[in-house]
Design a protein around this ligand. Structure first.
Ligand code: MG
Length: 390
């Protein structure tokens, strides 16, 4: 079989691109093959070097919204610091863990990476308190969801092409992000494609482990507190003595927590997938295939999450900071809703179609922590007549 490596001129329709042949060699039958993609909203010819999901990955990576993730804190403390995570580093960590799982299970790594890089792109400034503040402001307009806003960014707000809005991503990547907005599966009762499930699992593994890391480093919780949790004890006990040992206790703990969860998730997924080894991506969904950790580890993980919720996300040191940040978001929202002519012109143009309040919400949601603080000072404290675009 002849394989095209570059020149597409006069291409014979029966010939395959190198990326198609590569997928046939490497992926399991139940993976989402690029050849199964139903395409994009605005049709485009296939690329000779890069498959459609690989192109999506690159489009997300090169988007302005992706770069702004570096200015959004993961656990919002009011002080950016030099050490703890931003949404950007979290995003890369999720993508890395998800690719490890996906490669082992022979799923489509390009799709996994695109979904991983996209998954948090819609986060507003100031972490979850920014999201809660926008939710409160927009409650009469359907509320605010960072997962939905991610779709708005890549379908409408990103400016990349002269003829089409957004990034024109494949239907599969958009559908994968849509699953994140509909966890109750009202819109689609089938489990999401396996690649989407893997990114979800990696997200949860990454933020639990890394929030523990950041919280210890920030002095919000102690080792004594965290060692009381069964999942932490199990992780430390199961840490592989033969592998490279992290140099300090905190790193060892994070390393062990991630290893334990990834290992458990892969082991259980592998067993389940053996039952459907010959099915294709759609049939695997039709039979309700859900990839999970063992129920025992899953319940221990819930315990860790309750602990983090009580002791980190609601820590008195953060509550005060969060309160002030939320107040700034709400005041700015109110001011711009009353004076939409102060919005940047690109957003003013969206008011007729989307309404004033949802447009103001989108404008604020796209800001970095620093940009939000500066815009607040300019608009609310100094009375500037026109807000700047991101
Ligand atoms: Mg995330």
């Amino acid at each position: 079989m002849r394989v095209y490596s570059h020149n597409t001129a006069g291409r014979d329709a029966t010939m395959k691109f190198a990326w198609q042949t590569r997928e046939e060699r490497l992926l399991a039958p139940y993976a989402m093959f690029s050849r199964l993609s139903t395409g994009r909203r605005y049709a485009e010819p296939l690329h000779p070097y890069r498959g459609p999901f690989q192109r999506d990955r690159d489009r997300i990576l090169h988007s302005a919204a992706f770069r702004r993730l570096s200015g959004k804190m993961q656990v919002f403390t009011g002080d950016m610091g030099d050490y703890h995570r931003t949404r950007l580093t979290h995003t890369h960590e999720v993508s890395s863990l998800a690719r490890t799982i996906g490669r082992y299970l022979r799923l489509n790594e390009d799709l996994i990476e695109a979904l991983g890089l996209l998954h948090d792109i819609g986060h507003p400034p100031f972490g979850h308190c920014g999201e809660d503040a926008l939710q409160e402001c927009l409650v009469a307009f359907g509320g605010f969801s960072h997962n939905r806003f991610a779709l708005d960014l890549v379908e409408n707000l990103e400016q990349r092409y002269t003829t089409t809005p957004g990034l024109n991503l494949t239907n599969e990547v958009l559908a994968g992000q849509t699953h994140r907005t509909d966890k109750t599966r009202k819109g689609d009762p089938l489990p999401p494609p396996l690649e989407v499930q893997v990114v979800d699992a990696a997200d949860s593994i990454a933020y639990d482990a890394h929030d523990v890391d950041d919280a210890i480093k920030l002095g919000l919780i102690s080792f004594q507190q965290i060692y009381g949790l069964p999942i932490v004890r199990r992780a430390i006990e199961s840490a592989d003595a033969t592998s490279a040992r992290p140099s300090n206790e905190r790193q060892l703990l994070v390393h062990a927590l991630i290893d334990l969860q990834i290992d458990d998730f892969i082991g259980h997924s592998e067993q389940r997938l053996a039952e459907v080894a010959e099915l294709d991506a759609q049939s695997v969904r039709d039979v309700g295939m859900e990839l999970q950790m063992s129920s025992e580890l899953e319940s221990e993980k819930r315990e860790l999450e309750s602990f983090l919720f009580e002791n980190v996300y609601r820590h008195p040191r953060l509550l005060d900071m969060r309160q002030r940040a939320a107040t700034r978001v709400k005041q700015m929202f109110k001011l711009l809703s009353n004076y939409p002519e102060r919005l940047p012109s690109r957003f003013q143009q969206r008011v007729t179609k989307n309404g004033i309040e949802p447009t103001v919400g989108q404008y604020i949601a796209g800001m970095t922590d620093r940009f939000c603080d500066e815009t607040y000072i300019q608009l609310v404290e100094l009375g500037r007549a026109q807000a700047l675009d991101w």
